[in-house]
Write a protein that binds this ligand. Structure first.
Ligand code: EZ4
Ligand code: CO
Length: 402
């Protein structure tokens, strides 16, 4: 089964997505996601100009060899652009293998380890009262796990608070919009938010929070310690995690579980955090970290230290990534949780899919491959729309981490 064609589809049904379609000489095709929020065209070019020509004529069944060809063969390793391009090829080839064999992806990986994939939803509001209402809505919808973010008094446009209550989309302007950040207010406010949520909802809901890379190690330790009474499922990205040793400082002060890795691309980015037991959940996902072939290696490595998966699942990861992730998470033995931000109706129409939500879980469906397709005619009606992620500055104008 030879690769006859590989083409890139850029579409913007509500937000931008980059999709790779690989077609074989037997007519079986597969699709993979290559979306890099705010930098989409770089991956589209990497694929079109440098990867697609390499694929033509190759045996589509040789997924591992093609992965190694793209990783070792580029000479320049790792990074968000390269690893997303590799992920798109890898996921498309797994999709082809599943369709050719008539098997859902979870069966190719070793079969299901669980009945469904527990997901967490995103509750947010401009203040504690609004976030409390949003959490109540998620509980009504059947969610067992909810991430809670709230506006901080005095701060305009904090991370994680959306205009639209159900779809959170931070890439909101053609050129990065500016937001203001102040750590002291945030550190005082966040324990009050979780105090209010436990008072309203009791012990049962699993509550999560994302600090989105804004803190220093000492500040992160302080926040993790102050949130201990509220028993979080996890505190995410307390620092940018470039200096991984610094997590020892956070660990020394708190037992709040930590989740890191949505911006990581390979096992090399997280191996120290994992093997030194500095995190509890690894956030790497299919599109960000080289596809199923590489994420499986990360998960197996993490399992040695009882670190569990917590795949990134924001709306900038297309339904193709969500479908593939749900097959992966159905199989992976050391499953933790899956992030879930529902896509808009426009996005769902462009990417028809077999996964579905029920009782706080997503189910991948039983279609062969990953079960997600692309309606190319509909996709063509949504041209690329430049959008970038915001930036953050301190009150004195200094650049900070968004
Ligand atoms: O800000 O995916 O946990 N989820 C997140 C996301 C990220 C976006 C960036 O494109 O941190 O909302
Ligand atoms: Co995050």
């Amino acid at each position: 089964m030879r690769i006859r064609e590989a083409r890139v589809i850029v579409t913007s049904p509500g937000r931008n997505f980059v999709t790779l379609k690989i077609v074989t000489d037997e007519g079986v095709y597969g699709i993979g996601d290559a979306t890099l929020n705010g930098r989409e065209k770089a991956v589209a070019s990497y694929l079109e100009d440098h990867v697609c020509p390499l694929l033509i004529g190759r045996d589509a069944r040789r997924i591992e060899d093609i992965w190694q060809l793209l990783y070792r063969g580029a000479y320049w390793r790792r990074g968000p652009v390269t690893m997303r391009a590799i992920a798109a090829v890898d996921v498309a080839l797994w999709d082809i293998k599943g369709k050719a064999m008539g098997a859902p992806l979870y069966d190719l990986l070793g079969g299901k380890s669980r009945d469904g994939v527990t997901v967490y939803g995103h509750a947010n509001g401009r203040d504690i009262a609004e976030t409390t209402d949003a959490v109540a809505r998620y509980i009504d919808l059947g969610y067992h796990a909810i991430r809670a973010q709230s506006g901080v008094p005095g701060l305009d446009k904090p991370y994680g608070v959306s205009k639209d209550k159900h779809v959170y989309e931070p890439a909101d302007a053609a050129l990065a919009s500016e937001t203001i950040w102040s750590t002291p207010e945030y550190l005082r406010h966040t324990p009050r938010l979780f105090d209010a949520l436990r008072t309203s909802f009791g012990e049962a809901p699993l509550l999560l929070h994302d600090a989105h890379h804004r803190l220093t190690p000492q500040e992160a330790a302080k926040l993790a310690k102050s949130l201990e009474p509220y028993d979080l499922f996890w505190l995410e990205d307390p620092t940018p995690a470039e200096n991984q040793e610094s997590f020892q400082l956070i660990r020394q002060h708190s037992t709040t579980p930590l989740a890191v890795g949505e911006v990581f691309n390979t096992l090399w980015d997280c191996k120290d955090l994992i093997q030194n037991q500095l995190i509890d959940y690894i956030r790497a996902t299919i599109v960000g970290a080289g596809g199923i072939t590489h994420l499986r290696r990360i998960a197996d490595f993490a399992a040695v230290w009882q670190v569990r998966t917590g795949c990134h699942g924001a709306t900038d990861l297309s339904p193709v990534t969500m479908g593939a992730a749900l097959h992966f998470q159905s199989w992976v033995p050391n499953f933790g949780i899956q992030e879930y931000m529902p896509h808009s109706a426009e996005t769902d129409a462009v990417f028809p899919h077999h996964y579905s939500f029920a009782d706080g879980m997503l189910h991948p469906g039983d279609a062969p491959g990953h079960g997600v397709d692309i309606d190319e005619a509909l996709a063509a009606t949504y041209p690329y729309t430049p959008r970038q992620l915001p930036i953050a500055r301190l009150r004195d104008g200094s650049m900070w981490n968004w």
